[in-house]
Ligand binder design. Structure first.
Ligand SMILES: [Fe+2]
Ligand SMILES: [Fe+2]
Length: 188
């Protein structure tokens, strides 16, 4: 559903509920209906927050590649993606959204350069294949950025879905493959 329509529907629903509670209070404050409506009103932000939290990625040790400097960068990337998700969910404005999306893309590139530098420095045998995956990801992100210019709402959803899925899959798959080799060479 369109994000603004979604927010508008929720606001309208809350407004109607507030009016219903007021009418119910006037009709009789002790009525079970009054308390039920008030309860629903209180629960709405709690349920909404729970729903929003499910879209976030929580860092877990199972994502660790065993190299502190890289784990720190992966954590920062996850934080940036979570921030972007929050900005989108709370409709904080397109300018803020653009800035945060650019920050995610820029830091992803910084991270790739760092990771590739380590692999090159220690002569990682699968360097070229790993670098090709990074490049493929950057190409896809560039496509999403172009799509964002045409249809920001649709493209932002696609970008968030892609960034979250790609990052976790890449960390847990391709990145973990270099752990043993780089650690044996003294990377930290
Ligand atoms: Fe990587
Ligand atoms: Fe990585």
């Amino acid at each position: 559903m369109n994000k603004s329509i979604d927010m508008c529907t929720l606001s309208l629903f809350i407004l109607m509920l507030v009016i219903a509670v007021l009418v119910a209070v006037l009709a009789g404050p002790a009525s079970p209906l009054t308390w039920s409506l008030a309860g629903v009103l209180v629960l709405i932000p709690v349920v909404r927050k729970k729903f929003m939290d499910r879209k976030r990625i929580d860092w877990s040790d199972k994502y660790s590649v065993g190299i502190d400097s890289i784990d720190e960068q992966h954590k920062k990337l996850i934080n940036l993606i979570n921030t972007l998700q929050t900005i989108v969910d709370y409709s904080t404005g397109e300018e803020f959204e653009r800035e945060c999306l650019a920050a995610v893309v820029d830091y992803t590139k910084v991270h790739f350069v760092y990771e590739e530098g380590l692999m090159r420095k220690y002569g990682y045998p699968d360097f070229e294949a790993h670098k090709a995956q990074h490049q493929k990801m950057i190409d896809k992100v560039n496509d999403l950025l172009a799509a964002y210019e045409k249809n920001p709402k649709r493209a932002m959803k696609d970008a968030l879905d892609f960034l979250k899925q790609w990052l976790i899959r890449h960390i847990n798959g391709t990145d973990k493959q270099y752990s043993e080799y780089l650690l044996s060479k003294g990377a930290h």
